[in-house]
Design a protein around this ligand. Structure first.
Ligand code: GDP
Ligand code: MG
Length: 598
């Protein structure tokens, strides 16, 4: 296909505003997928989405469309991940497009996540087509939402499309708008090959499958290609398009979107954002914008049963094949034994990995509270990064300590502004901006320490706003703060896996709350268990768990058998996620106690 007949676009939408439904509609209307096939696939995906609580990506789909001007077009839909943790991937997907559909639920309005992605799209100079979805709903207010889009984003909505992905309203208009309004890719077929990787996954038979957009030149099956960032070379075994299932082709030209397989061993060797060029005739310069996704959040992962250490290592190794952003290295904890210190893009990424380890690899893990990465200058002027609170140099060994900050944007109904401001103040937030939108909806901007965001900020925001507020954050650099290490001691011994870094002014409050929470979460033992919080050698809070009364089981003997059984079952269940710290059994929840403080 010639470049003039190609349109590359993506769909930007807040979760639940109808991205998947619209994508399915477009595939159906263009005859790319038959209704019968769609239904099955749709059901499978829905189940997965519900289980995981995340939107499944379609990756990419190529559609043939006969436009009203009588010409046949190829429309490539490039899907973007829907969560802030993966914003780098979003930016690479958008870099592979010339246009984007901005889908907004006409009964809701613009949400924070929509906003973040629209700004990314504008940065890439994409043509944005506003689509007001769900106009079939009785509560739809397209005029109000249009006003909101114009007000917040400053986007001209005079030719916004009113649609219902569910009822099939406005779909032809959307397809025509893509053809008419999204510019075709520039025709650079004679330039040296440059193709942008926007996605990849590991396949155990063919190696890594790489999704890319050809920006310049031509790529053919059998070509020897070079990845410009990783500097590795491969021969293309398989080249194809996604219609939406993989279909092999012999060559792809500037403007086209496709996939390749080349016996690549791990996704880390073909990272999102890297440029593919020809080994024999390489491009002078890689495509702009490549960065390695850096983990922002770290935690310790320990098998409950120390015999499982090797299994955990194998599982992490396998996951890593498919996840270039996952980092891990062995960690030895005096309290927990052998495990791994793992790094993630954000909390959702961390949860996905944990869940896969437990479900797909059947591992029982004890996981420590998430920590951000601190920048510490030691006494001899050395700058070090600390991702494990227990490794923080003592106050007399360090000159300064800085923590990462994020700018957080929230969009909320006006009535929740007060409670959300209170939340931000409690989390050491710095107020930046507030704007009123239509119908009392309000944007709220704060700068917050990332450490305060990655704990339970999102949950708190949701519960304080009864689910109505949405948020987005991005990093804005390191700032020095008077931070201290808070140690927690169980039965007299400091537990390294419970150490945390907190602001000096909050240390007493957090120390007391932690001691109380641990008292509540750690079960009674045969002996009294003291719990203390300390800063350096100074104990700031002290609690104890009273010894178990010996007659807990005895009481049931001879009496109600089923009650005794229940009690034992309950104990056995509780045991599953216990880690013996010295002579004290500490349950998994205790290591996450910091997330449960009020
Ligand atoms: P996504 O999270 O953006 O991919 O949203 P989905 O496509 O999964 O849609 C979320 C929910 O909205 C689903 O229950 C859809 O059936 C529903 N939905 C999507 N489009 C429409 C629409 O045009 N009208 C109505 N009434 N519901 C819709
Ligand atoms: Mg979806």
């Amino acid at each position: 296909v010639s470049a003039e007949r190609i349109r590359n676009f993506s769909i930007i939408a807040h979760i639940d505003h109808g991205k998947s439904t619209l994508a399915d509609r477009l595939l159906l209307t263009t005859g790319t997928v038959a209704e019968r096939v769609m239904k099955q696939q749709f059901l499978d995906n829905m189940e997965l989405e519900r289980e995981r609580g995340i939107t499944i990506k379609l990756q990419a789909a190529r559609m043939n469309y006969q436009a009203k001007d009588g010409e046949a077009y190829v429309l490539n839909l490039i899907d973007t991940p829907g969560h802030v943790d993966f914003s780098y991937e979003v930016s690479r997907s958008l870099a592979a497009c010339e246009g984007a559909l901005l889908v907004v639920d006409a009964s809701q309005g613009v949400e924070a996540q929509t906003l973040a992605n629209v700004y990314l799209a504008l940065e890439h100079d994409l043509e944005i087509i506003p689509v007001l979805n769900k106009i079939d709903l009785p509560g739809a207010e397209p005029e109000r939402v249009i006003e909101e889009i114009e007000q917040i984003i400053g986007l001209d909505c005079s030719n916004a499309i009113l649609a219902s992905a569910k009822e099939g309203i406005g779909i032809d208009e959307i397809l025509e708008a893509i053809v008419q309004r999204v510019p075709p890719p520039s025709n650079t077929i004679d330039d040296p090959l440059r193709a942008l990787i926007f996605d990849s996954y590991y396949d155990s038979y063919r190696g890594v499958i790489v999704y890319f957009r050809v920006m310049d030149g031509t790529v053919k099956k059998g070509d020897r290609v070079r990845l410009m960032a990783s500097k590795k070379e491969y021969e293309i075994d398989e080249l194809g398009v996604l219609s939406p299932n993989q279909k092999q082709v012999e060559e792809l030209h500037a403007g086209e979107v496709g996939y390749l397989a080349a016996a690549i061993k791990a996704v880390a060797d073909a990272r999102v954002g890297d440029t593919i060029t020809l080994a024999a005739k390489p491009a002078a310069q890689a495509l702009p914008g490549y960065t390695e996704a850096k983990p922002m959040v770290f935690c310790g992962m320990f098998p409950t049963d120390s015999d499982e250490f090797e299994n955990l290592r194998d599982a992490l190794e396998k996951l890593r094949l498919n996840d270039a952003a996952l980092q891990y290295e062995p960690e030895t904890s005096s309290a927990m034994g052998f495990g791994f210190r793992c790094g993630f893009l954000g909390l959702l990424h961390m949860e996905i990995v944990q869940e896969r380890l437990e479900r797909e690899y059947d591992l029982d893990l004890v996981i420590t509270a998430p920590s951000v990465v601190y920048k510490v200058v030691t006494n001899n002027g050395e700058e070090i990064y600390v991702d494990n609170p227990s490794k923080l140099p003592a106050p007399n060994e360090r000159e300064s300590i800085a923590e990462p900050y994020a700018q957080v944007e929230m969009i909320t109904p006006e009535s929740f502004v007060g409670t959300l401001m209170e939340l931000c103040q409690n989390r050491r937030g710095i107020f930046k901006d507030m704007k009123y939108l239509t119908q009392g909806r309000t944007t709220l901007t704060y700068e917050l320490p990332l450490a305060e965001v990655v704990t339970d900020f999102f949950d708190q925001m949701k519960s304080r706003s009864r689910g109505y507020a949405s948020m987005e954050y991005h990093l804005i650099g390191y700032r020095e703060n008077p931070l201290v290490r808070l140690d927690l001691m169980i039965n007299g011994d400091p537990v390294d896996s419970l150490a945390m870094i907190v602001h000096r002014d909050k240390a007493y409050g957090v120390g007391r709350a932690m001691a109380e929470k641990l008292k509540e979460l750690i079960p009674r033992h045969q002996f009294k268990v003291p719990i203390q919080a300390a800063i350096g050698s100074k104990v700031i809070a002290s609690e104890h768990i009273p010894a178990l009364r010996k007659d807990v089981l005895a009481k049931c003997y001879g009496g109600d058998i089923s009650r005794k059984k229940k009690l034992l079952q309950k104990q056995a269940k509780g045991k599953k996620r216990m880690k013996a710290v010295g002579t004290v059994d500490v349950p998994q929840e205790a290591f996450m106690a910091v997330l449960k403080l009020d």
